[in-house]
Structures are given as C-alpha cells and as structure tokens.
Design a protein around this ligand. Sequence first.
Ligand code: ADP
Length: 488
Amino acid sequence: MIDVVSVASEAYPLIKTGGLADVVGALPAALASHDVRLRTLVPGYPSVLGAIENAHTVAELADFFGGSGQILAGRAGGLDILAINAGHLFDRPGNPYMGADKKDWADNWKRFAALSFAAYEVGRGVMNDGYRPRILHCHDWQAALTPAYVAFNAPTQVKTVLTVHNIAFQGRFDWTIFPDLRLDYRAANEGAIEYYGGIGYLKAGLQCADALTTVSPTYALEIKGSAYGMGLDGLLRSRADALSGILNGIDDREWDPMIDPALHTHYSHNSTELRAGNKRALELRFNLDDSPGPLFAVVSRLTWQKGIDMLVEVADDLVAAGGKLIVLGSGDADIENGIAGAAARHPGKVGFVRAYDEPLSHLIQGGADIMLVPSRFEPCGLTQLYGLRYGCVPLVSRVGGLADTVIDANEAAVEAGVATGVVFAPATAEALQEAIHRAIRLYDRPKLWRKMQRRGMKSDVSWDLSAEKYAKLYRRLLGEKNDGSDDD
Ligand code: ADP
C-alpha cells in the first residue's frame, strides 16, 4: 500500500470552480483499487471546515504565515481530508481565489505558499499520529511550491509529483515576497523559483518535482512548444523525460444517466429517446420554444480560452440554420454581454443562465443534443467527457484533451461506425460555424445520430486506465517494481 497526499486548492464536492476539483475529488476512489491510499490536503475554507466529520488536530502550525493554524484530519464529502485550519488565510466565503469584487485576493501568494508549506510539513512527518506519506501529489500552481520546499528546505524522503491542469495559470509574484516564503535561500535562483525577474510558483514546481504530469497526451506535447507552453515550454523541453500525459477520467458515481438525481428522465445507451423529457425540461428552464432542431449547449467558464467569444460571433447563424442554444456559465463581461445579446435577439431560441449550477449542468448533459467545447486550448476538458457519457454529442476543437477523447464524424469514421462527435480545426469562428452546420446535417439523420450517441456512451471515459498509470508512476518513483509488462 502506498500512502500519497494529494495537495490542491479545490476538491469536489467541498469546493469547486472547475475541472481541477472534479479530478482531485475522484482520484482517491480511482486509486484505491491500485493499492494506493490517498488523502487530500486542502485549505480550510468555510465549506471544507463545515463539512468535516470527527475533525481532530493532527499537527499544530505555530507562526504560520501571519497567524497560527492546525492541520485537521477527518472525513468530508466522502474524502479522507487533511484541512489547514488557519482563519487568517482561508476563512473567506465564496470563490477560493477572489473576493466578491472578482479581484484576486492580494495575499494569494501567501495563502498558497501556506498550502504548499503545510504539504511539505506533512511530507516530513510532522503529524502527531505518525502518518508519513511517501509521495506528495501536487496539483497546479497553488500547490506547486511544495516540490521547492522539499528540494531546498530540511531534507526528507518524500517524493513529489506535480500535475499541470492548466499551464495558463502560473502563480507569478513579485520578488519581494521571498523572505516570507520560508524557503531556503538556495532556492532563490533561476534553476528553482526565479521566473522573469519574479517568482513563479508553477515554474518552481516544474523545475523541482520528481515527476511531472499533465492531463492528456496531446497537451503534454503541446506545452513543450511555444504556441501552448505560455513561456514554460523551454523548461518543459528540458524536463521532457519527467513529463507524461495522463488523461482525466470521470467519476461515474456522480455522472450516470441511469440514476442521476438531477435528470427528469433516466436512460441508457439503449433508450436515448428518453432524453426528450430532459430536453423539454431544459427548454422550459431556459424559456425556449419546443420547435424541432438540435439543442446546442455550453457549460463553461465564459472566457477566451474556452472560445466562447467565437460562439458569440456565430450564434445568429446557428439559429438561422435551425439550431437552438443554451449557455450556463459566467466569466468575462464582454462575452457574457455577447451571449445576453444573442438571447435578447432570439427569444425562444437562445437562453442564458449566468450562474454556476451543478444540478443544471447535469440536466444539460442529459437533455441537450450537442455539447459545444470550442476551446483555443484545453488541457483535458471534462464537459466533453460528460457529454460522451450522457449522449450529448460533443462538438470540439482539435486541441489538447479534446483531440484525445472525441472521434470526428468524418466519412471514414461514420462508415466504420466509430465516430463520437464533431471535431474542428483551426480554432476559429469560421471553422466553428462550419462544424455547427456539419453537426446539424448529422442530426438530421436520426439513425446515424443515435449510433453516434450510443458509441459515445459506450466509450471508456472512466478512471480505470488512468488510475493505473498514476499508480505505476508512483511505484516507479519509489523504485518499486510494477507488475505486468506493459509499463509505459
Ligand atoms: P475548466 O476546469 O478549464 O473550467 P473542465 O472542462 O476541465 O474546464 O471542467 C469544468 C467543470 O466545471 C466541469 O465539471 C463542468 O461541468 C463544470 N462547470 C463549468 N461551468 C459550470 C457552471 N456554470 N455550472 C456548473 N458547472 C460548471
């Protein structure tokens, strides 16, 4: 049995702003059958502390980044949680990164250095019950100073893995914070945390972790090039041997159209016609008419990365071509206004719920016909995986994990019966528009459409294969032999 602590700023169902939380929340169960015992270290936000059962203090953190704190252990949301109870850093409701004014907290550098430092402390065995993990698995920039503490502060045996869920978020701060990081002075150089004259948390992790992963094989390739590497491609090329791409899976206990409590009608791959009940519920919820034609959907942060500005450009054409559109999400003001404008121009055809609504996101997967994911870059993407599982045919750009998980309905794939969606490139409004027309033509062939839905619903989007890959990576780092011969 390998003891691993997963270190992250989000974990579903306790706190979530995106796919990171889903992945962190799903990993423990996925890895349990691979002889890995995974505990999850998260900041003690109110939603986390409020959910912990039988919380008990396992470590005191005196003089902890401007106050005192403890590490609490207990069960929360089905997870084995270690939470950092430090009110001066984490006792803030709502979004974990920003205040109600949508501005990042000014002390985020301190809050997430504290998360990373606490992980390091756990890794070197400060817990009073003798618990000592052999691996710290850190997620994204918020946890990415951990490998630097391990590499430069008092030595420990613990190994570190850093998973990049999105290289666009790097945690860059001014050099003046260095004295308050509690990081050994030897880390203050370009081979460690220095990044373009400041401090880069993600950069530090990429430099110092024993192993690096990202969330799809294609993204692992892309970020080694300047087009997607966001300034870190050179470093990643130099660490190419340490980097692998392991695709995310989905938690099929949370996402199962046969039992999902958020759906009006349940269905399987043999009864996709029952999705009509969910579609009608959506039309009512979004004030759409019940005219025939495909219902396109977006469940997303409304940002440039996600390509939703391109969708704004082509929304009128989508409606003119016979489609309807629903959008759930919030984000950049311009894009929100663009979607709201399309809804105002097309009453009954375009609907917008500007919110974060987990149950509604499930109903959309269960009732819409096409899940739109026109991202400019996409490390893995989960919404297209949920779409596949729910028979909501994904229409995606050919980047990152989208390219790895959706099989385009080109003639050959349709002929062979392997198509699961519509894939377009390049990520431009013109190509998106063309893809939307192609999807509408496919939708107009009901037999073919049902076949695509069924094929998608049967494709393997589970954690099975990927959990095995993580388990193998852990064993390799610990110098243990992996069983089986397909070690890759
Ligand atoms: P990212 O993490 O880049 O935002 P992913 O596709 O990896 O994108 O994951 C997004 C996750 O957040 C999915 O679980 C998706 O269903 C969820 N999500 C995004 N926007 C909303 C929303 N407005 N309401 C509910 N869930 C949302």
